[in-house]
Design a protein around this ligand. Structure first.
Ligand code: DX5
Ligand code: ZN
Length: 223
């Protein structure tokens, strides 16, 4: 996979027809399916857990990018690996032993990601940059879809790109929160290569068309 990857977040999809929602973006060329797991503690919302990850795994060939917004990833990361997550992203603020969690993900042969909230200094992820496949920059405070993009995220992505290069890491930068055709060009220009988008795709009347528009906007700044 190269260029800019589009990861529709099913948080904004119709939960009574997740299979249909995923199929619609898969045929439109989505690269990943982003699954937001929330526990009502780390974030003020509750969503889905391992059974839904397992069910999604049966409905699509796209890699499942599972974003754990939970307090106890140290103890429960194995649930998501067993359920078939292809990439597991944990929050640096929520892990007591972040290297150990990342190691568990890598030992299972899956992609490992680390995420950080907009209020968390970038240096919090520096110790694991060489270990991870993805750093997920939150561009909203996590917990809900449809929030407004925090503009300072662009500078954070630019600085993170410098840190990743300095660490000689091949980690991709993903960005999550308020990403749409208007905000995508600046984050891509700053160095993001994975765009997570919920409301901009599944909140649109025609999700495949919205995905194409997002990709076109992202690519407009690549060359
Ligand atoms: C928010 C989640 C996001 C969410 C993004 O806490 O992590 O993945 O689905 O939604 P939008 O794209 O609507 O901001
Ligand atoms: Zn997410």
């Amino acid at each position: 996979m190269s260029g800019v990857l589009i990861a529709p977040s099913i948080l904004s999809a119709d939960f009574t027809d997740l299979a249909g929602a995923v199929a619609s973006v898969e045929s439109a060329g989505a690269d990943l399916v982003h699954v937001d797991v929330m526990d009502g503690h780390f974030v003020p919302n509750l969503t889905v857990g391992p059974p839904v990850v397992r069910a999604l795994k049966r409905t699509t060939r796209l890699p499942l990018d599972v974003h754990l917004m939970i307090d106890n990833a140290d103890e429960t990361v194995g649930w998501y690996l067993d359920a078939g997550a292809d990439i597991v992203v944990v929050h640096v603020e929520a892990c007591r032993h972040v290297h150990r969690v990342i190691r568990a993900i890598k030992d299972a042969g899956r992609g490992a990601g680390v995420s950080l909230n907009p209020g968390t200094p970038l240096c919090a992820v520096e110790p694991v940059l060489a270990e991870v496949d993805q750093v997920l920059v939150m561009s909203v405070d996590p917990g809900f879809g449809g929030q407004s993009f925090i503009p300072s995220s662009v500078d954070r992505i630019r600085e993170l790109a410098r840190m990743i290069e300095a660490a000689r890491s091949s980690a991709r930068i993903a960005v999550d929160g308020g990403i749409d055709a208007a905000t995508a060009p600046a984050v891509v220009e700053a160095g993001a290569t994975v765009l997570v988008a919920g409301n901009a795709i599944f909140g649109a009347p025609d999700p495949p068309a919205a995905l194409h528009a997002l990709r076109a906007a992202a690519l407009s700044r690549l060359c």
